[in-house]
Design a binder for this molecule. Structure first.
Ligand code: ADP
Ligand code: MG
Length: 233
């Protein structure tokens, strides 16, 4: 596996047996007893990689992503990071960032307050927080938008803010669930290019869930196909 953007340095002999990144091993998820929606999914996301989970609606992509985030219990299998099993690590302690299709911004807060959310949780000092928010606004192409109300933004701008909010605390893994699917085609193609560039430029490790083949190809450096709860090998 090649890591193009130099986020990883040399692997030391001592930890060469430990995967540096995410390992999903034989994960199954069921909402009802014995009705498996994800069936024995196994894959790795080495640090710096952007992997797409591509498949039709209803095949179990979001369920698998939520299981990786710790939001759905596993019926079997393990999710680990750097060799550490995350079974007992709650979602907010996994250092994973999440972006959903509809952004799920706090609509009564400003753009800057939305982006600063995770930084407040981390208890970052105010001055540092303001610098970081400005940095993120620049990164997602919305410089100077901090004071705006979220309700004044277009759909594309909202998704940029959702992305900035997820990236602000420097997550070790970014989980993107159809982040562009609610947008119209033209905007989607443009944002896909921006997102690809942003992820590569920042060396972000990410999983993109999508049903859109071209989006997967534009954004990810590896595409895993999913069908009926299984990942094709
Ligand atoms: P995708 O994201 O690929 O569209 P999902 O993971 O959302 O697929 O859904 C996979 C299957 O699990 C579907 O049949 C869906 O109806 C079912 N499902 C999703 N969420 C729940 C839930 N909370 N409770 C019960 N069934 C669910
Ligand atoms: Mg889904």
């Amino acid at each position: 596996m090649t890591v193009e953007h130099g986020t990883g340095t040399g692997v030391h002999a001592a930890d060469s047996l430990t995967a540096d990144g995410l390992t999903v091993a034989d994960v199954s998820v069921a909402y009802r007893r014995d009705e498996f929606v994800v069936r024995g999914a196994s894959f790795e996301v080495p640090r710096g990689d952007v992997v797409a989970l591509l498949g039709p609606s209803g095949c179990g992509k979001s369920t698998l992503l939520r299981a990786i985030a710790g939001l759905e219990p596993l019926a079997s299998g393990t999710v680990s990071w750097g060799g550490e099993d995350l079974a007992r690590v709650p979602p907010h302690r996994r250092e994973f960032g999440l972006v959903f299709q509809d952004g799920q911004l706090f609509s009564h807060r400003s753009v800057a307050e939305n982006i600063a959310y995770g930084l407040r949780v981390q208890r970052m000092a105010r001055a540092e927080r303001e610098t970081r928010v400005a940095e993120l606004l620049e990164l997602v192409g919305l410089p100077g938008y901090g004071a705006r109300a979220v309700t004044e933004l277009s759909g594309g701008q909202r998704q940029r803010v959702a992305l900035a909010r997820a990236l602000a605390p420097s997550p070790r893994l970014l989980l993107l669930d159809e982040p562009l699917s609610a947008l119209d085609r033209e905007l989607r193609d443009r944002l896909a290019l921006d997102l690809a560039e942003l992820l590569r430029g920042t060396g972000t490790t990410a999983i993109l869930v999508t049903h859109d083949e071209s989006e997967a190809g534009t954004i990810a450096n590896r595409v895993l196909r999913m069908r009926d709860g299984r990942i094709d090998s």
